[in-house]
Design a protein around this ligand. Sequence first.
Ligand SMILES: *[C@@H]1O[C@H](CO)[C@@H](O)[C@H](O)[C@H]1NC(C)=O
Ligand SMILES: *[C@@H]1O[C@H](CO)[C@@H](O)[C@H](O)[C@H]1NC(C)=O
Length: 210
Amino acid sequence: MMVKKMGAWMLLVLLTLVGDWCGRSYGCLKEERIGLLEIKALIDPNHLSLGHWVESSNCCEWPRIECDNTTRRVIQLSFRCARDRSLGDWVLNASLFLPFKELQSLDLSSNGLVGCFENQGFQVLASGLRNLEELDLTHNKLNDIILSSLGGFSTLKSLYLSNNRFTGSTGLNGLRNLEILYLNSNDFKESVLTESLGALPSLKILTCKF
Ligand SMILES: *[C@@H]1O[C@H](CO)[C@@H](O)[C@H](O)[C@H]1NC(C)=O
Ligand SMILES: *[C@@H]1O[C@H](CO)[C@@H](O)[C@H](O)[C@H]1NC(C)=O
């Protein structure tokens, strides 16, 4: 009986060690936890919205995050209203999201986003994030420059761009699987819009109240 118990105990220790070797000692991938804390340090230095993101805990259990139950990789990230307003406008470095290779859904809505650093736009993610299906950029201050940087996301199914400063001088190209597109409250010109939509063969739902 005692021996059996010891055996179980040793097995548990062994499994814990294996977990450590795989970089999953906190229940989520080490590189993803580091990436999340890097983003937190940048957008919420005063621990207002992301205060529950603490170094020594399982990042899959943190608010605003969903992991795949088997791979333990982050599949959903929501930064809605997460950025400290006192920091002013946000020029994004999209490379921050490179660690999240299995990401399916990214929400960056309501964050004062004005654009991306040169050569650090969404195009840097297109080859790394091969599963991204949903991108929410609603309620920011983004302009046409970022539209062309989205072209590489061939897996994207839903794109939310309402309440920004798009005029449509650049079209959306390459989004061949895009089914849902929200464009409300921008400055799109109708003629440009019609032209741009021709390049989206899978589109099913479009909203564009201006
Ligand atoms: C993971 O498991 C939890 C609880 O068992 C469940 O609520 C959740 O829907 C699962 N998530 C996925 C993506 O399967
Ligand atoms: C963007 O982030 C990447 C990865 O963290 C870093 O290597 C790079 O220097 C950053 N670039 C800028 C302009 O901040």
